[in-house]
Design a binder for this molecule. Structure first.
Ligand code: ADP
Ligand code: MG
Length: 341
């Protein structure tokens, strides 16, 4: 593999190299990369905007994160926030801080992942910024989306007696992280030992290559469902559910036996002596959607095999309780996953 120094292209050469093949997907993108700013026209719909900052050593570890996956994931986690508003993402901007440790080829891998995500989710990369960084790789992504004025969904608008629902399955990304951290530790002690990731492709894939739940937002549109409140799960179900309850001034009941945890996740948890339920409640980075819905929508929701109804909301005075399989009741606490730890 050849290595091209970033310095040989210069800043403008590099930006041109990284953005020259952009093909736009959205009529709303009026001006994209190449001017002082992008121009977007959402034709009377409302604009949703969200941004994330990812810092090497805090949010990701290049020891076990391939750059292509990192590019993909840094886009997807932002799109997930747009979907969590019940909106459709249309554009992103991508800003990077890079040291001379990175070659042009390394950035090509990263952008390969970025463009793969843009293609899959039909969003346009319309701008960004490029800077040098003294240490570490810094990534900032902003995602822009559109939504009809009466369709966006906040965290604060759940009602008493609503169903609490979650998409997909929970806990796997945390186990993927636990596994990769363990393998990294073993490797640092003894570089001769090859990582043992066999049978763990699911949990590792959930961490390194998450998807945003575009399909769930499309299902809502087809079925004429508007959730009463919604969030994506980046910090863990418990933590997100507490946000919805606190902001909506409600309590809740959450049933352990309804939590969607698949066999791959259970097996990985048992291997580490961890409780799969705890991983599902407190593990982060699943990027599933947790939402509340009117009881009238029950039949429609049950048609989607990828949606689980895990509980319901109650009055705030009745507390936020987790009901275990054994019939015990516990207060839900946010132990979450916190990048500021
Ligand atoms: P400015 O001097 O106004 O900051 P730049 O020279 O940084 O402009 O950027 C030129 C164009 O390239 C702009 O459209 C900007 O949004 C875009 N751009 C810069 N860096 C990136 C990047 N890393 N990825 C995608 N687009 C970028
Ligand atoms: Mg700039």
């Amino acid at each position: 593999m050849s290595r091209t120094e970033i310095g040989s292209l210069g800043e403008f050469g590099l930006i041109n190299h990284l953005t020259k093949n952009i093909e736009l997907n959205n009529a709303s993108t009026i001006v994209g990369v190449g001017d002082d700013a992008a121009v977007i026209d959402h034709y009377g719909r409302q604009t949703v905007i969200t941004t994330d900052l990812l810092i090497e050593g805090v949010h990701f570890d290049l020891a076990y994160t391939p750059l292509k996956h990192l590019g993909y994931k840094s886009v997807v986690v932002n799109l997930s926030d747009v979907y969590a508003m019940n909106a459709t993402p249309t554009q992103i901007t991508m800003s990077i801080g890079i040291s001379n440790r990175f070659s042009v080829e390394a950035l090509d891998d990263f952008y390969d992942g970025v463009y793969t995500a843009c293609e899959r989710y039909k969003v346009d990369l319309v701008g960004g910024d490029t800077s040098s960084s003294q240490k570490g790789f810094i990534i900032s992504v902003t995602a822009i989306g559109e939504v009809a004025p009466d369709k966006f969904v906040k965290r604060s608008t759940a009602n008493k007696g609503d169903l609490i629902c979650v998409s997909g399955d929970l806990g796997a990304a945390f186990l993927g992280l636990t596994l990769l951290e363990r393998e990294k530790g073993i490797y640092l002690e003894n570089p001769q030992i090859q990582p043992d990731l066999e049978n763990e492709t699911y949990v590792v894939g959930r961490l390194l290559k998450p998807e945003a739940r575009k399909d769930i937002i499309e299902f809502f549109a087809e079925q004429n469902i508007i959730p009463t409140a919604m969030m994506d799960i980046s910090d863990g179900l418990s933590s997100e559910l507490l946000h919805i309850c606190n902001q909506s001034n409600l309590g809740c009941r959450l049933h352990e036996d309804k939590l969607p945890i698949i066999d791959e996740t259970r097996n990985a948890a048992f291997k580490f002596g961890l409780d799969p339920t705890v991983c599902a409640l407190n593990g982060g980075e699943d990027y599933e959607l947790v939402f509340t819905a009117k009881q009238d929508d029950y039949d429609k929701l049950m048609q989607n095999g990828d949606i689980s109804i895990i509980g319901y909301t109650v009055n705030a005075e009745d507390g936020k309780k987790f009901l275990s399989k054994g019939g015990n009741s516990f207060d839900i606490i946010a132990q979450g996953w916190n990048a500021l730890k």
